[in-house]
Design a protein around this ligand. Structure first.
Ligand SMILES: Cc1cc2nc3c(=O)[nH]c(=O)nc-3n(C[C@H](O)[C@H](O)[C@H](O)COP(=O)(O)OP(=O)(O)OC[C@H]3O[C@@H](n4cnc5c(N)ncnc54)[C@H](O)[C@@H]3O)c2cc1C
Length: 393
C-alpha cells in the first residue's frame, strides 16, 4: 500500500489499557511506534461500558497521572474505596481492611474500565506520536535477534525492531511467537451489573465467599454498587439469560438482604474466568505486557495494576537504552524486565490462585480452613496491615 509506513522501531499489538499506556509512556522519545488493534477506530474512541470497575491502587493512579490520563477521567467516574470486608458463608464475622487512621488517601479508587480506555486513547491521540492501525488483527508474527515482522488481516507485512504483545490473556501474538503459557480455564464465570440499592454502602467493598457462589459488591456513587457474582459457568449462563424481573429476583435472593431492595442500573456482562501465566515474558526482538504476560483472576482486582506497572518498567528500560545509544531490543534488557515482572507479580498471582481454590472448595476441611483463616488474619495486624499496604501501594 503506497504512502503507508511498513517499518517501525516498536509495534504494539493491542490498544487495550496496557498497550495504550505503553505507547503513551514512550511518547517523549523519537521512536517510531505503531499500535495495531483489531477493533475499529470508532469503538476505540468511544468504548462501551463493559461491566468492569477497576480498583486502581495509588501507585496506578500516580502512573495514570504521569501520563496525563488521570485528569481526563471525569470526577463522577471515580469512586473512592474507603475499606473492604471479607465475609465467609453465613458467618456474621467480617475481616476488615481499612486505610491507616493517619492516611489521607483511600485504599484505592474504582474507575470503570471503559473510562480508563477512553482517557488513554484521548492521550495517545493528543500526543500524536504513535500511528494507530485499527480494524486489523495480527494473523502472523515471527521474530529473530535481528528484528520482528507481523502480517495483518488485510495482508500487509510490517517490520519492527521490537514487537510488543499487549493483545490480552489469550494473546494470538504470544502463540505466533512460540511462547507457551499456563492457561487455566476455571469453568467459572463472573456475571456483573450495576444495581441501585436501599442500604448505604459507605464506600466499603464487600467480598463474600458464600456456599456455591462468590459475590463482590463494589461501592460506586451514592446508592449504586457493582455486583459481581461468580458461579459455575452453566449456572451463570442460565442467570444471564433470564429476563430483567426474574434476574433481579434471583439477585436479591442471592444477596440475602445485604444491600436491601435492588433495581438494575446497567446491562449485564459475563466473563468466563481464565488465568494465564506466560512461561517467558520475552522472545528475541519481542516482549509481552499486560494480560498477554500475566492474566490474573479478578477476585483480588490486580490484573491491570500489575500490567500498568509492568509496561512502565519496560518503557523506562527502552527510554534509557535509547538515551544511551544502546539497542532497544537488547536481550539482557528484556531478560531483566522478565525477572522484575516475575518477582513483583508471582506472590500475588499464586496467592490469588490459592485463595480462589480455598474459597471455591465446598468440602468441610476447606470451609473450616477459610473460617479459621479469616479469624487468624483479623488477630494478626501485620497480615491485615500488609494487605492494606499492598492495596494502597
Ligand atoms: C471482570 C473483571 C474485573 C476486573 N477487575 C480488575 C480490577 O479491579 N483491577 C485490576 O487491576 N484489574 C482488573 N481486571 C483485569 C483487567 O481488566 C485486565 O488486566 C486489563 O484489561 C488488561 O489490559 P490489556 O490491555 O493487557 O488487555 P485487554 O484489555 O484485553 O486489551 C487487549 C486489546 O488487544 C486487542 N487484540 C486482541 N487480539 C488482537 C489481535 N490478534 N490483533 C490486534 N489486536 C488484538 C483487543 O481488541 C483489545 O483491545 C478485571 C478483569 C475482569 C475480567
Amino acid at each position: 500500500m503506497a504512502g503507508l509506513d511498513h517499518s517501525f522501531d516498536i509495534i504494539v499489538v493491542g490498544a487495550g489499557p496496557v498497550g495504550l499506556s505503553f505507547a503513551a509512556s514512550l511518547a517523549q522519545s523519537k521512536l517510531k511506534v505503531a499500535i495495531v488493534e483489531g477493533q475499529c477506530l470508532e469503538k476505540l474512541a468511544n468504548p462501551a461500558f463493559d461491566g468492569r470497575e477497576i480498583a486502581l491502587t495509588n501507585a496506578s493512579i500516580r502512573i495514570l497521572r504521569g501520563l496525563g490520563a488521570w485528569d481526563v477521567i471525569p470526577a463522577s467516574a471515580k469512586s473512592p474505596l474507603q475499606g473492604a470486608r471479607v465475609l465467609n458463608g453465613s458467618s456474621p464475622f467480617a475481616l476488615r481492611f481499612d486505610p491507616p487512621r493517619a492516611a489521607k488517601e483511600p485504599l484505592g479508587v474504582l474507575v470503570p474500565n471503559f473510562r480508563i480506555r477512553e482517557a488513554l486513547f484521548k492521550i495517545t491521540r493528543l500526543q500524536d506520536r504513535a500511528q494507530l492501525l485499527c480494524g486489523h488483527s495480527v494473523v502472523d508474527a515471527a521474530s529473530s535477534r535481528q528484528g520482528a515482522a507481523i502480517t495483518l488481516s488485510d495482508g500487509r507485512l510490517l517490520t519492527t525492531r521490537l514487537l510488543v504483545a499487549a493483545d490480552s490473556r489469550l494473546s494470538a501474538t504470544r502463540k505466533l511467537l512460540g511462547v507457551s503459557a499456563d492457561i487455566n480455564r476455571l469453568g467459572d464465570s463472573m456475571l456483573i451489573c450495576r444495581v441501585r440499592h436501599e442500604r448505604v454502602h459507605h464506600q466499603i467493598a464487600v467480598e463474600w465467599f458464600d456456599h456455591g457462589q462468590t459475590m463482590a459488591m463494589l461501592p460506586l456513587m451514592e446508592g449504586v454498587s457493582s455486583l459481581l457474582l461468580t458461579l459455575r459457568s452453566n449456572e451463570a449462563d442460565e442467570l444471564h439469560a433470564l429476563d430483567d424481573d426474574l434476574f433481579l429476583m434471583e439477585l436479591m435472593r442471592r444477596c440475602r438482604g445485604h444491600l436491601g431492595k435492588l433495581t438494575l442500573a446497567s446491562n449485564r456482562h459475563i466473563y468466563p474466568l481464565v488465568t494465564t501465566w506466560a512461561h517467558k515474558f520475552w522472545a528475541p526482538s519481542a516482549a509481552l505486557i499486560g494480560d498477554a504476560a500475566i492474566g490474573m483472576h479478578p477476585v483480588t482486582a490486580h490484573g491491570f495494576n500489575i500490567g500498568l506497572g509492568g509496561q512502565k518498567h519496560l518503557a523506562q528500560s527502552i527510554l534509557t537504552a535509547r538515551r544511551d545509544h544502546r539497542d532497544i531490543a537488547d536481550p539482557d534488557m528484556l531478560s531483566r524486565y522478565q525477572s522484575w515482572l516475575r518477582i513483583s507479580a508471582a506472590p500475588l498471582y499464586h496467592a490469588t490462585n490459592i485463595l480462589v481454590g480455598l474459597y471455591s472448595a465446598e468440602h468441610p476441611a476447606a470451609r473450616f480452613a477459610r473460617h479459621a483463616g479469616l479469624r487468624l488474619a483479623q488477630h494478626l495486624p501485620l497480615v491485615r496491615h500488609g494487605i492494606s499496604a499492598m492495596l494502597r501501594r
